[in-house]
Design a binder for this molecule. Structure first.
Ligand code: FES
Length: 162
């Protein structure tokens, strides 16, 4: 069944352009980019309606899109702050003080993990290894990695973007 939500023309064009990179039978390859632009358009997170619209446009099952959206941490299924702070909590980072960083962030932002500040500026998450273990502890905000974190460094990062 077609969803209520339809993709706007400019997004459809963007996806079409993107799909030119792939053979016609590999329409699924467009899911990642389609979800990225849709998420951006929707203010930083995805809804079922938008995911269904992507699936309908690509002609693939809705579930296939949900699977991608729930598996990859760059997609958000709930509204998030303008800056999402992903702090790695895997072994190297945990051994090098990731807990203190998270504790400090919780206190300073007055939120828990997986929550967003009331002003909508920040969302805090704990994530699996970000692949920069030698620079532990590490966090990612948007596309940028911040390494060898300390509480002071974290404060500077927050002050910079506030
Ligand atoms: S353990 Fe934190 S980046 Fe790998």
């Amino acid at each position: 069944m077609m969803s209520e939500q339809k993709l706007p023309a400019d997004i459809r064009e963007h996806i079409d352009h993107w799909l030119l990179r792939y053979p016609p039978e590999q329409k699924r390859s467009g899911v990642f980019e389609a979800l990225r632009v849709v998420q951006e358009r929707n203010g930083g997170s995805l809804t079922t309606e938008w995911m269904d619209a992507v699936a309908d446009y690509l002609g693939i099952p809705h579930i296939a899109v949900y699977e991608v959206a729930t598996f990859y941490s760059m997609y958000f299924l709930h509204p998030v702050g303008r800056r999402v702070i992903d702090v790695c909590n895997n072994v190297s980072c945990a051994l090098n003080g990731a807990d203190e960083i998270v504790g400090h962030l919780k206190k300073r932002l007055n939120i828990d993990v997986n929550e967003t500040t009331t002003d909508g500026k920040f969302t805090l998450r704990e994530v699996e290894c970000l692949g920069a273990c030698t620079a532990a502890p590490v966090c990612q905000i948007g596309k940028k990695y911040y390494e060898h974190l300390t509480i002071e460094k974290m404060d500077e990062i927050l002050n910079h973007g506030e």
